[in-house]
Design a protein around this ligand. Structure first.
Ligand code: IPM
Ligand code: MN
Length: 357
């Protein structure tokens, strides 16, 4: 029996509802497999904690997470706390301290889901975005001077290192090699004249190691349009931190709902725990009503299973999600009336059925 110890950080808003749903699914696949078991420790780190105690997590929070096999995060952010405070107090330090330099975000139009792109059907859209997750435009280097005055000056630096850029490109090329042999790089070297020409240089250099892979570089503005006009053409897309962030909300939208998209923050070397979360945020407008779509979180659980080497179980989870959607069991964001709980119940039932077949 293989055992994995998982840290749960439900966080804010709907994270409190979607993380328990994912845990039910993980426990269920574990019991069906008879080969693996999960144990959990839950942390109450959140905006609520910030309001009570003045910090999103304790000062030794990162140390406490270090020895877990993986981290499952719900969502971070609530109207009572400025977003840059809550995110730089929890989510972003985890990504950076644990060197989770790959943020893997599949974009896939699942059966039973209608894309807002009316020409597309199940299977037509199926690609993955590899987002650099530890540097780039998300840097805490910079400052504000003469705040609030007409003379105010603000600087926010972008950081691109050769090491950081090469490794994420290499990861993306390897992924393309296992997939449909096509890698697209998101750039903006026409307008951003240091970091992006550098990004392009590294893409070309690493690309020479992968002559069998078709390689394209698109400016981010055009690429955003291509996500809408020809999403079927993509296989793997590699992007800097901010570009990847924006592209993957667009990706989630074209796959039918932001409530579905999963996100894996991966430290490929497994030196540190990786973290799995949905793409969506805390959705305070619907929090506490039991109507949040649990699929983004559950699909992120599938990515965790894959990362832990339990790919058979990971595949089973995605199949159970698909069966549930085909049955028309959907939350409001997908045009249904079902609750977080009834969708999760259906996924458990489908897991049982799939495992027996
Ligand atoms: C995401 C989120 C975060 C990001 C925010 C909340 C800081 O949008 O995971 O995509 O931009 O990375
Ligand atoms: Mn985002």
């Amino acid at each position: 029996m293989q055992s994995f110890h998982l840290a749960l950080i439900p966080g804010d808003g709907v994270g409190q509802e979607t993380v328990p749903a994912a845990v039910r699914v993980l426990n269920h696949v574990a019991s069906l497999s008879n080969q693996v078991q999960f144990s959990y420790q839950t942390f109450d780190w959140s905006c609520q904690r910030y309001v009570k105690e003045g910090a999103m997590m304790p000062t030794d929070g990162l140390d406490r997470l270090r020895d877990f096999d993986a981290i499952i995060l719900g969502a971070v952010g609530y109207p009572t706390v400025p977003d840059h405070v809550s995110l730089w107090g929890l989510l972003l330090p985890i990504r950076r301290t644990f060197d989770q330099y790959v943020n893997l975000r599949p974009v896939k139009l699942l059966p039973g889901v209608t894309s807002p792109l009316r020409a597309y059907e199940t299977g037509d859209i199926d690609f993955v975005v590899v987002r650099e997750n530890t540097e780039g435009e998300y840097s805490n280097m910079g400052g504000r001077l003469r705040i609030g005055t007409p003379e105010e000056v603000v600087v926010q630096n972008s950081i691109f290192t050769r090491y950081g850029t090469e490794r994420v490109m290499r990861y993306a090329f390897e992924l393309a090699r296992q997939s449909r042999q096509y890698l697209t790089s998101a750039t903006k070297s026409n307008g951003i004249n240091y970091s992006m020409p550098f990004w392009d240089d590294v893409f070309r250099e690493i690309g020479k190691e992968y002559p069998e892979i078709r390689q394209d570089s698109n400016h981010i503005d055009a690429l955003a349009a291509y996500f809408v006009t020809r999403p079927e053409s993509f296989d793997v897309v590699v992007a800097s931190n901010l570009f990847g962030d924006i592209l993957t909300d667009l990706g989630a939208a074209i796959q039918g709902s932001i409530g579905i998209g999963p996100s894996a923050n991966i430290n490929p070397e497994k030196k540190y725990p990786s973290m799995f979360e949905p793409i969506h945020g805390s959705a305070p407008d619907i929090a506490g009503q039991g109507v949040a779509n649990p699929i983004g979180q559950i699909w992120a659980g599938k990515l965790m299973l894959d990362h832990l080497g339990l790919t058979t179980l990971g595949t089973l989870v995605l199949q159970a999600i698909e069966s549930t959607l085909i049955e028309g069991i959907k939350t409001r964001d997908l045009g249904g009336n079902d609750t977080t709980e009834t969708v999760t119940d259906a996924i458990l039932r489908n897991l049982t059925a799939l495992a027996g077949s």
